[in-house]
Design a protein around this ligand. Structure first.
Ligand SMILES: [Zn+2]
Length: 396
C-alpha cells in the first residue's frame, strides 16, 4: 500500500508461477518461454474506494503453431491499461451514473469509462442472438440542438412481447439510413418479420415495403395522436393571434396543455374551462372536438366499421374549414390501408412499445452533452437499451 499526494493506492505485484508455463494468447496452449517484456500496469476494481493497480511483466512464449507472442494474461485484453474486471465494473456503473460521474467516482478518466463501455457493447453486439424477431418498430428521434439532417436518428426496435429492445441506431432518417440498418440486421431477421410499426414517414414506408413486403405494416397510434395534437395546437395559435385584445381571447389563455391531453384525463376546473371553450364555437374548440372524436376509431372491433368511421371523420374534418385539421384528414386518407392494418394486427403488437422505448432513448440523449461525440451516444444507447449479453468479468 502506498500513499502519494494524499491519496492511497494498492499496488499488486504479480509474478508468474515458476513451474507453470505461459499460454499462447491465440490457442491457450502452454508453451515454452521466450523472453520477458517490461513491466506493465493495469487498473483493477477499487477496494473500499482505494485504487488498485496490478503490476506484471508479461512473458513472451513460443507456440509451436503461432510462433512467438505475448502470453495470455487472464485479467487483460489488448493494450489497454485497465483490467477486464475493471472495465466490466465501469461499464455497469456507466448505466446508472453519467460517464463523467462514473469516472469521478472511481478516480479514473472519462476515456477509461468510454473504452470500457465500448468494449462491453462491442462484445454484446457480436454475441447477441437475433432469432425470433417478429415485430419491429422503426422511428426517428431528434437529438441535440437544431433541425439539421444529422440531428435525427433512425432507430429500429424489437417490439415483440417476449423481448423489447433497441436493435439498431443510425444517423439521419433517410431511406439510405434505414437500408443500412436492415442490412446490418441481416436477411434472416428481415425475412422473419411479421409486423412493422412506424409513422407515416415516406422514406421508411417505401423501404419497408421494398425490403419486408411480407410483413404487415402498421401505423403507430401515438404518432397519429401526435399529428392531431399538432394540428389542434396550430389552430389555437392562429386563433389566439387573430383574437388578440378581444374578450374572447381569454378563453384560449393557458389552454395549451389542456387541449393536448386526452379529454377523459382533463379534470376539475380545467374541464369546466374546456367545456366553456367548446360552447364558445371558437375554431380551437371545434378542432379539439374533432381530435377527441377520432379516439373512437381505435375501439372498433371490425375493420369494416372502422373504415366507415374513417370516412365519416375525414369528411367532417374536410368540411371544418380548419386547414390544419384538413391536412391531417388528407394524410389519413392517403394512408387508409396502413391505418386499417391496425385492426388486422390487434392484440399482436403492443401500441405502447415504440413510445415507451422512445421515452427511454430521450432519457439517454438528454444527457448527450456528456457524451461529446455521436459515437459515444450511440454506444450509450446500445448499452442502456440493447439488452445485450455481457462478457463475464469477475468482480462485476
Ligand atoms: Zn498458439
Amino acid at each position: 500500500m502506498r500513499g502519494s499526494g494524499g491519496s492511497l493506492r494498492v499496488e499488486v505485484k504479480i509474478e508468474p508461477h515458476r513451474t507453470i508455463r505461459g499460454k499462447c494468447a491465440t490457442c491457450l496452449k502452454a508453451s515454452p518461454g521466450y523472453d520477458r517484456l517490461e513491466e506493465r500496469r493495469w487498473l483493477f476494481v477499487p477496494l473500499w474506494g482505494i485504487m488498485v493497480h496490478f503490476f506484471y511483466a508479461p512473458r513472451r512464449v513460443e507456440c509451436a503453431e503461432h510462433g512467438v507472442g505475448v502470453e495470455h494474461i487472464p485479467w487483460s485484453q489488448g493494450k489497454r491499461p485497465v483490467t477486464t474486471a475493471m472495465r466490466g465494473f465501469l461499464a455497469r456503473w456507466a448505466r446508472r451514473l453519467s460517464w463523467r460521474e462514473t469516472a469521478r467516482a472511481f478516480q479514473t478518466s472519462w476515456e477509461a469509462v468510454y473504452h470500457s463501455v465500448e468494449w462491453f457493447v462491442e462484445w454484446g453486439l457480436t454475441h447477441r442472438q437475433l432469432e425470433e424477431v417478429h415485430s419491429i418498430g422503426v422511428d426517428e428521434i431528434h437529438w441535440g440542438q437544431g433541425k439539421r439532417a444529422d440531428q435525427f436518428l433512425t432507430v429500429i426496435y424489437q417490439i415483440d412481447r417476449h423481448c423489447r429492445r433497441l436493435l439498431w441506431v443510425g444517423r439521419r432518417r433517410t431511406q439510405a439510413t434505414l437500408r443500412r440498418g436492415l442490412k446490418e440486421l441481416g436477411p434472416q431477421v428481415i425475412s422473419g418479420l411479421r409486423y412493422v410499426c412506424s409513422d407515416m414517414w415516406q422514406p421508411y414506408l417505401r423501404v419497408m415495403a421494398q425490403k419486408a413486403g411480407q410483413a404487415l405494416h402498421i401505423l403507430d397510434r401515438f404518432h397519429i395522436v401526435q399529428h392531431l395534437n399538432q394540428a389542434v395546437d396550430e389552430v389555437r395559435r392562429a386563433e389566439s393571434t387573430r383574437l388578440r385584445g378581444k374578450p374572447l381571447a381569454d378563453r384560449l389563455k393557458k389552454m395549451r396543455w389542456k387541449l393536448l391531453r386526452r379529454g377523459s384525463r382533463v379534470r376539475g376546473q380545467a374541464r369546466v374551462k374546456l367545456w366553456g371553450l367548446l360552447e364558445s364555437k371558437l375554431a380551437t374548440g371545434r378542432a379539439w372536438d374533432l381530435k377527441e372524436c377520432f379516439e373512437y376509431f381505435w375501439h372498433y372491433k371490425s375493420i369494416y366499421w372502422a373504415g366507415g368511421f374513417l370516412d365519416y371523420w375525414t369528411e367532417r374534418a374536410m368540411r371544418s374549414r380548419l386547414e390544419p385539421m384538413k391536412r391531417v384528414a388528407r394524410m389519413l386518407r392517403k394512408h387508409e390501408k396502413l391505418l386499417l392494418n391496425w385492426f388486422k394486427a390487434k392484440g399482436e403488437v403492443s401500441s405502447g412499445a415504440v413510445e415507451g422505448l422512445n421515452n427511454k432513448i430521450r432519457v439517454v440523449t438528454r444527457r448527450s452533452y456528456g457524451f461529446r461525440t455521436y459515437k459515444a451516444m450511440e454506444l450509450a444507447l446500445y448499452h442502456n437499451l440493447g439488452r445485450l449479453p455481457e462478457p463475464e468479468t469477475t468482480c462485476g
